[in-house]
Every structure is written in C-alpha cells, then in structure tokens.
Design a protein around this ligand. Structure first.
Ligand code: PLP
Length: 395
C-alpha cells in the first residue's frame, strides 16, 4: 500500500504532513519506511517525554493493558489515584481531574473558573469573562479556540464562545485596563507561549496578574499543556517564575497534557485549595478521562522525572543553546530547558524544517521560529549531532 496516497484518500487533510512515513522509533531516533534514520527534535510535539518506546514505559503500559485497560469513571481504579496523588505531592496542588487532551484540560479550567464565580457571586453578577493574551494558543474546541489570542483561529466556526477578552502579552497596563471594566472570573496564561513562538512571560508581569487575581477573587489559570512535566527543566514552568520572583507563585489551576502520558493521550487539571471543590458529582465528565493505561504511562513518566533528571534537562538545555550559539543565521534563542525557539535572520522556518528533515532531523516550527522540543531523555551526543544538522541546514 502507498501509505501517503491512502492517507490522502481516507484521512481528512487537516494537516499538511511532512514527507517521512515513520514506522518505528527508539529513544531520540526513529526510522521511516525506507529505513532512513531521523534524530527527533520534536518529540511528537512535546509528547514523547522519554523518547520513543522507552522500555520501562512500554512495559508499564503493556502490563496495565493486560490487567484492566478501561473501567470508566463510574468505578474506582488504582492508576488514576496514584497519578493524581503523585502530581499533587510533587506540585503542591490539592486535587487533579483527568481528561484526554490539552484542549479538554483548558475547557475544564474555563468551566471551573466560571463556576467558581457563579457559585460565589450568583448568576446576576456577570462575572464570567476570562482575560486571555494575544498570541496565545489554548486548543481547537470552539471554546478553546475562542480563548486563543490569534485572529487566524477565529474563522469559519461562528458563533464563537463569548466571554473572552485579549490583552497583549507582557503589557500589564492593557491587562489591568480590561480587568477594571469588570465582569471577569479568571485570567488564562501560558507562562511560555508555545505555538505562538516560544515567548516567555515576564515574571513580574505574571506576579502582578496573580496579585490582581487574589485581590479581586479571580482565578489565575496557567496553561502548562506544553511547558509542564519537565519540558522547561522544572516539573512545572511556574517554578521558574517562583525562583525568579523569590516568592510563591502557584496559579489556582494548572492544565497539563502533552508530555504527561509519555505518548498516550491524557490531560490533567490541577487545582488548589480554592478550586479543588468547585466541581462535584455531574458537574463535569469524560468517558475516557483517567484511563488506566494512559495513567500507567504517565506514572512511569512521573517516576523518571526526579530532581536529578530535571537538573539534567536544564543542563541539556544549556548544552543545546551553546551548540547553537554561533550560527550566524540564528538571530536569537528563546525559551527554557528543552523548549527552545530560534529566530532566523533571513530564512523561513518551514523551509529550514524541510531541509533538516532531508538531512535526518525532525524539528518543529512555532510561528516564524524554528521550535525545538527534543525528548527529555535525549543524550548529549544526540543534541550535538542535531545541532550540527541545524547548522548545516542554516548555512
Ligand atoms: C498543544 C497545546 C494545547 C492543545 O492541546 P491538545 O492536546 O492538542 O488539545 C493547548 N495549550 C497549549 C499551550 C498547547 O501547547
């Protein structure tokens, strides 16, 4: 079978796929159907935290698949409880809710913020709007598209969900001016905007938003779907912000997905003391959320992400930055840990990615930047080989 042709014939073409037909992977390497090897600097868009087919992860997933693959949320099961407990103990949050994707996690966070204000201030208070940031990305459901601060996403699917306002990222005056109009129940931010171009927020800006939320009883929602689970060299990127501020900063809700399952679909909503009891029986639901196989995979990811492992991610991030440091075509490098964005002087990111793929490297783009999200388990040698390929593609 010609896989590319069959794909175009039978799968709706919402993606313009790259050329390779990938058949197999191991660690940070994978192979296409012709046997050509690629080095992975994308991790399936930040999903394969432990690389392709990590043996411990695969064993845990297979063992769970042979024991109890799904039971629904009507019954108690162990893997989800273990995962929720681990996430809470490691992050300081109180309770978790599981779903299947980043969009669903954000959708739930939005519902939770609205219900928090609804319960406390009543239906007539009008407190239901959420402040979002320009250039953000929060998902592809109608509501998370509505929360996404990029006009290109606000097309065709009218009517979009009401109740979102947008301020440019890092512009505190603009955010406060909107918030002062009233009617808000929350503020939704990516601490480092991923799809929007790997743009970190400024710690003092986030801290000021957090302070405003506290004072006015709004919820601060952090979309860590991309930045969470070790991607930036901390379990949560909010830790970087805490360290920079020298003060606690734990948003009222943090959403996770991409890297959490190590390659299986799972999302999570982490809630604190203020937000953990906003939803009760029948207030929300999902058939697949907290699926035992996905949770078993996530538990392996969590068990591997020790403090020492996270320190390694930070070190590897520095190694990669350094290895890319003297390529004249690169105008700047943004991001933290193993989440990096390369601004280019003259070349176009999609062309660079195509050339890298030809040379055996799989990077990503984010807006006009080349985006690098290698598996967190990648070796120094693989990082420097990948950097060499990038250098070649950019020269
Ligand atoms: C990828 C992403 C999403 C959407 O996640 P899906 O699993 O594709 O629904 C939401 N927010 C951020 C920050 C993301 O990077």
């Amino acid at each position: 079978m010609d896989i590319r042709q069959a794909d175009r014939e039978y799968i709706i073409g919402t993606y313009r796929r790259q050329e390779p037909v990938l058949v197999r992977g191991r660690g940070a390497r994978c192979w296409d159907q012709e046997g050509k090897e690629y080095l992975d600097f994308g991790a399936g868009i930040g999903v394969n935290s432990l690389g392709f087919c990590d043996p411990e992860w695969a064993d845990a997933v297979a063992a769970q698949a042979r024991t109890l693959q799904h039971a629904s949320n009507l019954y108690y099961t162990l893997p989800g409880v273990e995962l929720a407990k681990t996430l809470c103990l490691r992050t300081g949050y109180r309770k978790a809710l599981f779903c299947n994707s980043g969009a669903e996690a954000n959708e739930c966070a939005i519902k939770l913020a609205r219900k928090y204000s609804f319960d406390k201030y009543g239906p007539d208070s009008g407190r239901n709007k959420i402040l979002c940031l320009g250039n953000s990305f929060h998902g592809r459901t109608v509501t998370t598209l509505s929360a996404t601060g990029q006009d290109v996403f606000h097309n065709y699917y009218f009517p979009f969900t009401e109740g979102f306002a947008f301020a440019p990222a890092n512009d505190l005056d603009a955010a406060l001016a909107l918030l002062e109009q009233g009617g808000f129940c929350g503020v939704l931010v990516e601490l480092i905007q991923g799809e929007g171009g790997v743009n970190p927020l400024e710690p003092h800006y986030v801290s000021a938003l957090s302070g405003y939320c506290r004072e006015h009883d709004l919820l601060l929602l952090a979309d860590e779907v991309q930045t969470g689970i070790g991607r930036t060299g901390q379990l949560l990127a909010s830790r970087w912000f805490q360290d920079a501020l020298g003060a606690p900063l734990l948003p009222d809700i943090t959403t996770l997905a991409k890297g959490l399952g190590g390659g299986l679909p799972i999302g999570a909503v982490l809630t604190n003391e203020r937000t953990c009891n906003v939803m009760g029986p029948s207030d929300h639901g999902t058939t697949f959320g907290g699926n035992p196989v996905a949770c078993a995979g996530a538990l392996t990811v969590m068990s591997r992400l020790s403090d020492a492992f996270l320190e390694e991610v930070r070190r590897k991030g520095e190694i990669l930055r350094h290895a890319l440091g003297n390529i004249p075509e690169i105008a700047g490098i943004s991001g933290l840990g193993l989440m990096l964005g390369l601004s280019l002087r003259t070349q176009k990111a999609p062309e660079v990615v195509k050339e890298c793929i030809r040379l055996g490297l799989l990077p990503l783009t984010a807006k006009e930047k080349v985006r690098l999200l290698p598996p967190l388990s990648i070796t120094d040698e693989e990082l420097s080989r990948g950097a060499d390929i990038l250098r070649q593609a950019l020269t």
